[in-house]
Write a protein that binds this ligand. Structure first.
Ligand SMILES: NC(=O)c1ccc[n+]([C@@H]2O[C@H](COP(=O)([O-])OP(=O)(O)OC[C@H]3O[C@@H](n4cnc5c(N)ncnc54)[C@H](OP(=O)(O)O)[C@@H]3O)[C@@H](O)[C@H]2O)c1
Length: 293
Protein backbone atom coordinates (compact mmCIF):
# COMPACT_ATOMS: atom_id res chain seq x y z
CA UNK A 1 0.00 0.00 0.00
CA UNK A 2 0.98 3.67 -0.35
CA UNK A 3 2.15 3.88 3.27
CA UNK A 4 4.49 0.88 3.05
CA UNK A 5 2.21 -1.61 4.85
CA UNK A 6 1.01 -4.72 3.04
CA UNK A 7 -2.55 -5.99 2.79
CA UNK A 8 -3.51 -9.64 2.20
CA UNK A 9 -5.15 -10.26 -1.18
CA UNK A 10 -8.29 -11.93 0.18
CA UNK A 11 -10.40 -10.67 3.08
CA UNK A 12 -13.16 -12.36 5.10
CA UNK A 13 -16.00 -10.08 6.22
CA UNK A 14 -18.28 -10.06 9.27
CA UNK A 15 -20.94 -8.05 7.40
CA UNK A 16 -23.73 -9.06 4.96
CA UNK A 17 -24.41 -12.75 5.79
CA UNK A 18 -23.21 -12.13 9.38
CA UNK A 19 -24.58 -8.58 9.75
CA UNK A 20 -25.64 -7.94 13.36
CA UNK A 21 -25.03 -11.65 14.13
CA UNK A 22 -22.66 -13.33 16.54
CA UNK A 23 -19.51 -13.62 14.39
CA UNK A 24 -17.52 -16.07 16.55
CA UNK A 25 -18.33 -19.16 14.47
CA UNK A 26 -17.68 -17.75 10.96
CA UNK A 27 -14.56 -15.80 11.99
CA UNK A 28 -13.06 -18.79 13.79
CA UNK A 29 -13.87 -20.94 10.75
CA UNK A 30 -12.02 -18.48 8.50
CA UNK A 31 -9.04 -18.14 10.84
CA UNK A 32 -8.71 -21.93 11.13
CA UNK A 33 -8.66 -22.08 7.32
CA UNK A 34 -5.65 -19.71 7.41
CA UNK A 35 -7.46 -16.54 6.38
CA UNK A 36 -5.51 -13.66 7.91
CA UNK A 37 -7.47 -10.63 6.67
CA UNK A 38 -10.64 -9.89 8.65
CA UNK A 39 -13.01 -7.09 7.63
CA UNK A 40 -15.52 -5.69 10.10
CA UNK A 41 -17.28 -2.39 10.81
CA UNK A 42 -19.05 -0.58 13.61
CA UNK A 43 -22.22 -0.78 11.49
CA UNK A 44 -22.19 -4.62 11.53
CA UNK A 45 -22.66 -4.50 15.29
CA UNK A 46 -20.45 -7.54 15.87
CA UNK A 47 -16.95 -6.16 16.48
CA UNK A 48 -17.13 -7.67 19.99
CA UNK A 49 -17.66 -11.22 18.70
CA UNK A 50 -15.04 -10.70 15.98
CA UNK A 51 -12.67 -9.84 18.84
CA UNK A 52 -13.80 -12.91 20.79
CA UNK A 53 -13.07 -15.17 17.81
CA UNK A 54 -9.62 -13.67 17.33
CA UNK A 55 -8.81 -14.11 21.04
CA UNK A 56 -10.11 -17.69 21.03
CA UNK A 57 -8.08 -18.56 17.92
CA UNK A 58 -4.83 -18.01 19.82
CA UNK A 59 -3.27 -16.56 16.64
CA UNK A 60 -0.73 -13.84 17.50
CA UNK A 61 -2.18 -10.40 16.71
CA UNK A 62 0.72 -9.48 14.42
CA UNK A 63 -0.13 -12.39 12.10
CA UNK A 64 -3.53 -10.88 11.31
CA UNK A 65 -4.75 -7.91 9.29
CA UNK A 66 -7.90 -6.42 10.82
CA UNK A 67 -10.03 -3.66 9.29
CA UNK A 68 -12.85 -1.74 10.90
CA UNK A 69 -14.89 1.24 9.72
CA UNK A 70 -16.57 4.27 11.26
CA UNK A 71 -19.96 5.14 9.80
CA UNK A 72 -20.71 8.24 11.89
CA UNK A 73 -19.72 10.06 15.04
CA UNK A 74 -21.97 10.62 18.04
CA UNK A 75 -22.54 14.25 19.13
CA UNK A 76 -19.17 15.62 20.34
CA UNK A 77 -17.31 12.36 19.68
CA UNK A 78 -13.88 12.48 18.03
CA UNK A 79 -12.41 9.91 15.65
CA UNK A 80 -9.90 8.99 18.38
CA UNK A 81 -12.68 8.27 20.92
CA UNK A 82 -14.61 6.41 18.27
CA UNK A 83 -11.72 4.17 17.24
CA UNK A 84 -10.83 3.48 20.89
CA UNK A 85 -14.43 2.23 21.31
CA UNK A 86 -13.90 -0.22 18.44
CA UNK A 87 -10.54 -1.33 19.82
CA UNK A 88 -12.13 -2.10 23.19
CA UNK A 89 -14.75 -4.29 21.49
CA UNK A 90 -12.14 -5.96 19.27
CA UNK A 91 -9.85 -6.44 22.30
CA UNK A 92 -6.79 -5.11 20.47
CA UNK A 93 -4.44 -2.12 20.62
CA UNK A 94 -4.61 -1.19 16.96
CA UNK A 95 -6.37 -2.03 13.71
CA UNK A 96 -4.38 -2.53 10.55
CA UNK A 97 -6.83 -0.50 8.50
CA UNK A 98 -9.38 2.08 9.64
CA UNK A 99 -11.89 3.30 7.06
CA UNK A 100 -14.46 6.05 6.78
CA UNK A 101 -17.41 3.82 5.86
CA UNK A 102 -19.20 6.36 3.62
CA UNK A 103 -18.90 10.08 2.92
CA UNK A 104 -22.64 10.72 3.23
CA UNK A 105 -22.48 10.79 7.06
CA UNK A 106 -19.85 13.55 7.00
CA UNK A 107 -21.64 15.90 4.63
CA UNK A 108 -21.68 19.17 6.58
CA UNK A 109 -19.45 21.89 5.04
CA UNK A 110 -15.80 21.16 5.87
CA UNK A 111 -16.69 18.06 7.92
CA UNK A 112 -15.10 15.52 5.59
CA UNK A 113 -11.81 17.44 5.57
CA UNK A 114 -11.89 17.81 9.37
CA UNK A 115 -12.62 14.12 9.89
CA UNK A 116 -9.76 13.17 7.56
CA UNK A 117 -7.36 15.28 9.67
CA UNK A 118 -8.57 13.29 12.69
CA UNK A 119 -8.01 10.03 10.78
CA UNK A 120 -4.43 11.16 10.16
CA UNK A 121 -4.02 11.83 13.87
CA UNK A 122 -5.07 8.26 14.81
CA UNK A 123 -2.57 6.97 12.26
CA UNK A 124 0.14 9.07 13.94
CA UNK A 125 -0.89 7.56 17.29
CA UNK A 126 -0.57 4.05 15.81
CA UNK A 127 -4.21 3.20 16.60
CA UNK A 128 -5.00 2.71 12.92
CA UNK A 129 -1.83 1.62 11.13
CA UNK A 130 -3.30 2.51 7.75
CA UNK A 131 -6.25 4.74 6.96
CA UNK A 132 -8.63 4.77 4.03
CA UNK A 133 -12.17 5.21 2.81
CA UNK A 134 -15.09 3.18 1.56
CA UNK A 135 -17.87 3.93 -0.92
CA UNK A 136 -16.23 7.23 -1.92
CA UNK A 137 -16.99 8.71 -5.31
CA UNK A 138 -14.41 10.75 -7.23
CA UNK A 139 -15.55 14.18 -5.94
CA UNK A 140 -15.48 12.99 -2.32
CA UNK A 141 -12.02 11.48 -2.72
CA UNK A 142 -10.75 14.69 -4.33
CA UNK A 143 -11.87 16.70 -1.29
CA UNK A 144 -9.71 14.52 0.94
CA UNK A 145 -6.75 14.51 -1.44
CA UNK A 146 -6.70 18.33 -1.36
CA UNK A 147 -6.01 18.40 2.38
CA UNK A 148 -4.32 15.03 2.95
CA UNK A 149 -0.99 14.63 4.66
CA UNK A 150 -1.56 10.87 4.27
CA UNK A 151 -3.56 9.83 1.21
CA UNK A 152 -6.18 7.11 1.79
CA UNK A 153 -4.46 3.79 1.04
CA UNK A 154 -7.64 2.09 -0.17
CA UNK A 155 -11.20 2.76 -1.24
CA UNK A 156 -13.44 -0.21 -0.45
CA UNK A 157 -16.11 -0.25 -3.14
CA UNK A 158 -19.05 -2.32 -4.31
CA UNK A 159 -17.24 -3.85 -7.25
CA UNK A 160 -18.84 -6.27 -9.67
CA UNK A 161 -19.61 -6.30 -13.41
CA UNK A 162 -22.95 -4.46 -12.95
CA UNK A 163 -21.31 -1.60 -11.02
CA UNK A 164 -18.04 -1.41 -12.95
CA UNK A 165 -19.10 1.15 -15.60
CA UNK A 166 -20.19 3.71 -12.93
CA UNK A 167 -16.93 3.24 -11.03
CA UNK A 168 -14.61 4.31 -13.83
CA UNK A 169 -14.14 7.98 -12.76
CA UNK A 170 -13.17 7.06 -9.20
CA UNK A 171 -10.98 4.16 -10.37
CA UNK A 172 -9.11 6.52 -12.70
CA UNK A 173 -8.48 8.96 -9.85
CA UNK A 174 -7.30 6.12 -7.59
CA UNK A 175 -4.92 4.88 -10.23
CA UNK A 176 -3.40 8.38 -10.57
CA UNK A 177 -2.78 8.47 -6.80
CA UNK A 178 -1.80 4.84 -6.19
CA UNK A 179 -4.90 4.17 -4.06
CA UNK A 180 -5.84 0.48 -3.99
CA UNK A 181 -9.36 -0.81 -4.52
CA UNK A 182 -10.94 -3.37 -2.20
CA UNK A 183 -14.14 -5.01 -3.41
CA UNK A 184 -17.29 -5.99 -1.60
CA UNK A 185 -20.31 -7.48 -3.32
CA UNK A 186 -18.00 -9.00 -5.93
CA UNK A 187 -20.29 -12.01 -6.29
CA UNK A 188 -23.46 -9.97 -6.92
CA UNK A 189 -24.22 -11.73 -10.24
CA UNK A 190 -24.52 -14.98 -8.25
CA UNK A 191 -26.23 -13.63 -5.14
CA UNK A 192 -28.51 -10.75 -6.18
CA UNK A 193 -28.88 -10.68 -9.96
CA UNK A 194 -28.90 -14.36 -10.80
CA UNK A 195 -30.76 -13.94 -14.09
CA UNK A 196 -28.53 -11.10 -15.37
CA UNK A 197 -26.55 -10.98 -18.62
CA UNK A 198 -23.23 -11.94 -16.99
CA UNK A 199 -24.38 -15.40 -15.92
CA UNK A 200 -24.13 -17.08 -19.33
CA UNK A 201 -20.56 -15.74 -19.66
CA UNK A 202 -19.67 -17.11 -16.22
CA UNK A 203 -20.97 -20.59 -17.13
CA UNK A 204 -18.84 -20.61 -20.27
CA UNK A 205 -15.68 -19.29 -18.59
CA UNK A 206 -16.02 -21.61 -15.58
CA UNK A 207 -15.94 -24.60 -17.94
CA UNK A 208 -13.00 -23.06 -19.81
CA UNK A 209 -10.75 -22.52 -16.77
CA UNK A 210 -11.94 -25.62 -14.92
CA UNK A 211 -13.38 -23.64 -12.01
CA UNK A 212 -16.72 -22.43 -10.68
CA UNK A 213 -18.69 -19.30 -11.57
CA UNK A 214 -17.72 -17.87 -8.19
CA UNK A 215 -14.07 -18.39 -9.06
CA UNK A 216 -14.45 -16.71 -12.46
CA UNK A 217 -15.79 -13.56 -10.80
CA UNK A 218 -12.99 -13.60 -8.22
CA UNK A 219 -10.42 -14.21 -10.94
CA UNK A 220 -11.77 -11.16 -12.79
CA UNK A 221 -11.35 -9.09 -9.59
CA UNK A 222 -7.84 -10.41 -9.07
CA UNK A 223 -6.73 -9.66 -12.61
CA UNK A 224 -8.05 -6.11 -12.24
CA UNK A 225 -5.75 -5.71 -9.22
CA UNK A 226 -8.57 -5.70 -6.67
CA UNK A 227 -8.27 -6.91 -3.06
CA UNK A 228 -11.39 -9.09 -2.67
CA UNK A 229 -13.37 -8.87 0.56
CA UNK A 230 -15.92 -11.64 0.62
CA UNK A 231 -17.53 -13.94 3.17
CA UNK A 232 -19.39 -17.21 3.56
CA UNK A 233 -21.14 -19.34 6.14
CA UNK A 234 -19.95 -22.53 4.43
CA UNK A 235 -16.60 -24.12 5.17
CA UNK A 236 -16.22 -25.62 1.67
CA UNK A 237 -16.54 -22.14 0.14
CA UNK A 238 -13.37 -21.00 1.96
CA UNK A 239 -11.27 -23.38 -0.12
CA UNK A 240 -13.15 -22.42 -3.30
CA UNK A 241 -12.16 -18.78 -2.71
CA UNK A 242 -8.50 -19.54 -1.97
CA UNK A 243 -8.18 -21.86 -4.98
CA UNK A 244 -8.98 -18.90 -7.28
CA UNK A 245 -5.36 -17.83 -7.13
CA UNK A 246 -4.03 -21.09 -8.56
CA UNK A 247 -6.45 -21.27 -11.51
CA UNK A 248 -5.33 -20.26 -15.01
CA UNK A 249 -5.76 -16.59 -15.88
CA UNK A 250 -8.65 -15.27 -17.94
CA UNK A 251 -7.65 -13.90 -21.34
CA UNK A 252 -8.23 -10.27 -22.37
CA UNK A 253 -11.18 -11.51 -24.48
CA UNK A 254 -12.67 -13.30 -21.46
CA UNK A 255 -12.35 -10.13 -19.37
CA UNK A 256 -13.93 -8.09 -22.14
CA UNK A 257 -16.84 -10.57 -22.39
CA UNK A 258 -17.55 -10.20 -18.65
CA UNK A 259 -17.39 -6.40 -18.84
CA UNK A 260 -19.52 -6.13 -21.99
CA UNK A 261 -22.21 -8.34 -20.43
CA UNK A 262 -21.94 -6.36 -17.16
CA UNK A 263 -22.45 -3.05 -18.98
CA UNK A 264 -25.91 -4.24 -20.09
CA UNK A 265 -27.31 -3.93 -16.56
CA UNK A 266 -26.67 -1.28 -13.91
CA UNK A 267 -27.11 -2.41 -10.34
CA UNK A 268 -25.70 -0.99 -7.12
CA UNK A 269 -26.74 -1.76 -3.53
CA UNK A 270 -24.86 1.37 -2.51
CA UNK A 271 -26.95 3.58 -4.81
CA UNK A 272 -30.11 2.17 -3.17
CA UNK A 273 -28.69 2.80 0.33
CA UNK A 274 -27.62 6.37 -0.52
CA UNK A 275 -31.03 7.12 -2.01
CA UNK A 276 -32.76 5.89 1.17
CA UNK A 277 -30.37 7.93 3.37
CA UNK A 278 -30.96 11.11 1.35
CA UNK A 279 -34.72 10.58 1.58
CA UNK A 280 -34.48 10.16 5.37
CA UNK A 281 -32.37 13.34 5.68
CA UNK A 282 -34.88 15.27 3.53
CA UNK A 283 -37.78 14.06 5.72
CA UNK A 284 -35.92 15.27 8.83
CA UNK A 285 -35.34 18.70 7.18
CA UNK A 286 -39.00 18.90 6.08
CA UNK A 287 -40.11 17.98 9.61
CA UNK A 288 -37.87 20.68 11.13
CA UNK A 289 -39.23 23.30 8.71
CA UNK A 290 -42.87 22.49 9.44
CA UNK A 291 -42.18 22.62 13.24
CA UNK A 292 -40.54 26.05 12.96
CA UNK A 293 -43.28 27.37 10.60
N1 LIG B 1 -17.78 -1.15 2.80
C1 LIG B 1 -19.05 -1.46 2.70
O1 LIG B 1 -19.92 -0.60 2.64
C2 LIG B 1 -19.43 -2.92 2.66
C3 LIG B 1 -20.73 -3.28 2.26
C4 LIG B 1 -21.04 -4.62 2.22
C5 LIG B 1 -20.10 -5.59 2.59
N2 LIG B 1 -18.87 -5.21 3.00
C6 LIG B 1 -17.87 -6.21 3.45
O2 LIG B 1 -17.66 -7.16 2.45
C7 LIG B 1 -17.95 -8.47 2.93
C8 LIG B 1 -18.46 -9.31 1.81
O3 LIG B 1 -19.60 -8.71 1.23
P1 LIG B 1 -20.61 -9.52 0.31
O4 LIG B 1 -21.26 -10.58 1.14
O5 LIG B 1 -21.46 -8.55 -0.38
O6 LIG B 1 -19.58 -10.24 -0.69
P2 LIG B 1 -19.73 -11.21 -1.92
O7 LIG B 1 -18.38 -11.76 -2.12
O8 LIG B 1 -20.41 -10.54 -3.06
O9 LIG B 1 -20.76 -12.34 -1.45
C9 LIG B 1 -20.45 -13.32 -0.52
C10 LIG B 1 -21.62 -14.29 -0.51
O10 LIG B 1 -21.66 -14.95 -1.77
C11 LIG B 1 -22.27 -16.19 -1.57
N3 LIG B 1 -21.88 -17.05 -2.69
C12 LIG B 1 -20.63 -17.40 -3.09
N4 LIG B 1 -20.68 -18.17 -4.20
C13 LIG B 1 -22.00 -18.32 -4.49
C14 LIG B 1 -22.72 -19.02 -5.51
N5 LIG B 1 -22.09 -19.72 -6.46
N6 LIG B 1 -24.07 -18.96 -5.50
C15 LIG B 1 -24.72 -18.26 -4.55
N7 LIG B 1 -24.12 -17.58 -3.55
C16 LIG B 1 -22.76 -17.60 -3.53
C17 LIG B 1 -21.75 -16.66 -0.22
O11 LIG B 1 -22.82 -17.38 0.36
P3 LIG B 1 -22.61 -18.75 1.20
O12 LIG B 1 -22.70 -18.35 2.63
O13 LIG B 1 -23.78 -19.55 0.75
O14 LIG B 1 -21.30 -19.32 0.83
C18 LIG B 1 -21.49 -15.37 0.54
O15 LIG B 1 -22.43 -15.12 1.55
C19 LIG B 1 -18.92 -8.23 4.08
O16 LIG B 1 -18.97 -9.31 4.99
C20 LIG B 1 -18.33 -6.99 4.68
O17 LIG B 1 -17.22 -7.31 5.49
C21 LIG B 1 -18.51 -3.88 3.02
Amino acid sequence: MLDGHTIPQLGFGSGTAHYKQDAVKPILMALRANYTHIDTAQMYDNEDTVGDAISQSGIPREKLFVTTKVLELAEGETIEDNLKGSLTKLKMDYVDLFLLHAAIKFDKPGQLEDVWKQMEAVKDMGLGRSIGVSNFQAGELERILKVARYKPVVNQLEFHPYAYAQLRPVLKLQEEHGILTESYGGLTPLTKKTDGPVNAVLVELAAKIGGTQTQVLMKWLDQKGIIAVTTTSKEERLKEYVDVYSLPNLTQEDIQAIEEAGAKLQYSRLALYLEAERKKAQEVRDGAQSTSA
